[in-house]
Structure formats: structure tokens, C-alpha cells
Design a protein around this ligand. Structure first.
Ligand code: FMN
Length: 170
């Protein structure tokens, strides 16, 4: 089976979670991890996992990525394409199973969820969701990830993989 993990990331934390998800999918998957800026083609993907940072209570538009560069003291380049644009121009994907995650602040816990927003869009595109939208937490805007979140991402991916295995007759 083919899995595609697509991430948007300004400071690297969502990318780290995406790579942990790829590890957690385990054997049985040919996994591709792709930056959303590459606009990866879903093609014959069986499982699509998308992840983005929470920006302004959801999947951020271009302007929140500009604001993120201010936090990065100009070391971070603006991303022209984010998950919002990627999913916004995606074709119909009725053959694809999918799941969404985000990274967000642990404290303060802000309302809204990029993962839930992405989940809703994936459903509109015809995907079958295999898990509820999941969030992984950061200690600050630029990170680091809260201790244990990479392991939790691997375990979460394991549950996704479990939904894809055919049930063998006894
Ligand atoms: C412009 C901007 C808006 C943000 N809005 C939220 C928010 O609404 N809720 C939240 O929990 N975190 C928010 N954050 C923190 C981001 O979620 C955090 O920077 C992100 O998870 C880091 O992931 P990355 O390293 O992949 O960019 C915001 C950060 C920026 C720069």
C-alpha cells in the first residue's frame, strides 16, 4: 500500500511530526513524506495523511505564514503554498483514505483546529477518514515539541495503519 504524508511547516515542528508519522506507519507501506510546497500528486495513494501548524485558529492563509516569518526573525522564508491552497485545488479523491493532524500551542490552549479544518476539506473531496483529527503540542510558537509528542505521533500512525489492514477470516 502507498501512503503519502504531506506537511506544511514554518519552523520544522510539523515536519518532525510528519516524519514520525511516516515511521509509525511501519512495514507494509511505501511511504512518501512531502513538503506541501512541492504540491505532491496523490495519484494511487491508499492513505493520505496531511498536517499543518495551527495558524489563526485553523489552516492558515498566506498572511499568517508571513507573520510566522516575523517570529522567525526573517530566518524563515515565506511559503507561497500551504495546506489550505493544496487542498483547495485538489481533485476529487473518493478512492483515498485519509487523516489529518496539526501542531498547536499547549499553553495557552487556543480555540480552533487546523486538523479539524483539513479533515472537513478532505471529506468534501470524497476521502474516507480513518481517524479523528489529531493535535500535537508545542511549548512555544517556534517549538520545541512537548516531550513525548514524537512518540505519540508514531503511535497515532500505528492506529492509522491498523485501520488499513484487511481482516483475515478465522
Ligand atoms: C501567525 C501564527 C498564528 C498562530 N495561531 C495559532 C493558533 O491559533 N493556535 C495555536 O495553538 N497556535 C498558533 N500558532 C502557533 C503555531 O501553531 C506554531 O507556530 C506551529 O505549530 C509551529 O509549527 P511549525 O514549526 O511546523 O511551523 C500560531 C503561530 C503563528 C506564527
Amino acid at each position: 500500500m502507498n501512503a503519502l504524508v504531506v506537511y506544511e511547516s514554518m519552523f520544522g515542528n510539523t515536519e518532525a511530526i510528519a516524519r514520525a508519522v511516516a515511521e509509525g506507519l511501519g512495514i507494509g507501506f511505501e511511504v512518501t513524506v512531502a513538503d506541501v510546497r512541492a504540491m505532491p500528486v496523490v495519484g494511487d495513494t491508499d492513505l493520505l495523511v496531511v498536517g499543518a501548524p495551527a495558524h489563526a485558529f485553523g489552516v492558515g492563509p498566506y498572511r499568517t505564514r508571513v507573520v510566522a516569518t516575523w517570529h522567525g526573525m526573517a530566518k524563515v522564508r515565506v511559503r507561497e503554498v500551504g495546506l489550505r491552497e493544496y487542498l483547495g485545488c485538489s481533485p476529487w479523491l473518493p478512492q483515498v483514505r485519509a487523516a489529518a493532524f496539526d501542531t498547536n500551542l499547549y499553553k495557552p490552549s487556543l480555540p480552533g483546529s487546523a486538523a479539524r479544518m483539513a479533515d472537513r476539506r478532505l471529506r468534501v473531496l470524497g476521502c474516507t477518514m480513518v481517524a479523528a483529527a489529531e493535535s500535537f503540542h508545542l511549548a512555544g510558537i517556534k517549538g520545541p515539541l512537548v516531550d513525548g509528542e514524537l512518540d505519540r505521533a508514531r503511535r497515532w500512525a500505528g492506529t492509522l495503519a491498523g485501520t488499513m489492514r484487511p481482516v483475515l477470516p478465522l
